[in-house]
Design a protein around this ligand. Structure first.
Ligand code: ADP
Length: 196
């Protein structure tokens, strides 16, 4: 069935993993703006050249560029009957742009899956990952800072969709299958059932 979804979740909550699973079970593409930008940077495209300095500085790519990129990605045939957006929309301007774009096509977002997890547990997880991978720049302080930035930046986006009753909170702590099952159950409770 068609499903137009957005996923949000704090660093360390396994958002990318769950995004891939949801997309596969609904038969829709998982579209991550971060991945698209990274690919463009790696390939040295004009978009990548523009995005690189901003990404390196930890800043957002301007809405004008990001919105155009999403527009053209959503025009590809595989996204005709649905998609799962990861990392977009990230600003209120992007929410408005996406609304207008979907309205033009007579469609709309069906649900926003928000993975929720205890911050301290996530910090523990990320510290362990940093240790395992020898990433000494990931200290507790930088991890907590990233979580704070995430919370501040996501709040207005979630609030905008929350007003429309579209936000589905899912407990993000647990095994990959367990969390995946929770997401499927929450979505089918809203009439959004996976096809595969
Ligand atoms: P993070 O590493 O913060 O999880 P992503 O992997 O989603 O972020 O994205 C990496 C970078 O790509 C961001 O820091 C930002 O520069 C850029 N980016 C991704 N999505 C967006 C967006 N929706 N709007 C603006 N910039 C974005």
């Amino acid at each position: 069935m068609s499903a137009r979804l957005i996923i949000v979740g704090p660093p360390g909550a396994g958002k990318g993993t769950q995004a891939g699973r949801i997309a596969a079970s609904f038969g829709i593409p998982a579209i991550s703006t971060g991945d698209i930008f990274r690919k463009n940077v790696a390939e040295g495209t004009p978009l990548g050249v523009q995005a690189k300095a901003l990404m390196d500085a930890g800043e957002y790519v301007p809405d004008s560029l990001t919105n155009e990129l999403v527009k053209s990605r959503l025009q590809e045939p595989d996204a005709e009957h649905g998609f799962l957006l990861d990392g977009y929309p990230r600003t209120v301007g992007q929410v408005e742009y996406l609304d207008a774009l979907l309205t033009e096509h007579g469609t709309a977002i069906d649900a926003v899956v928000q993975l929720v997890a205890d911050q301290d547990v996530l910090v523990g997880r990320l510290l362990k990952r940093a240790e395992d991978q020898g990433r000494s720049d990931d200290t507790e302080e930088t991890i907590r800072r990233r979580q704070q930035v995430y919370a501040e930046q996501t709040a207005p986006i979630v609030a905008a969709y929350g007003e429309r009753g579209l936000v589905v909170d899912v407990d993000g702590l647990g095994g990959i299958d367990e969390v995946g099952d929770r997401i499927q159950t929450a979505l089918s409770g809203r009439g959004l059932s996976a096809t595969v």
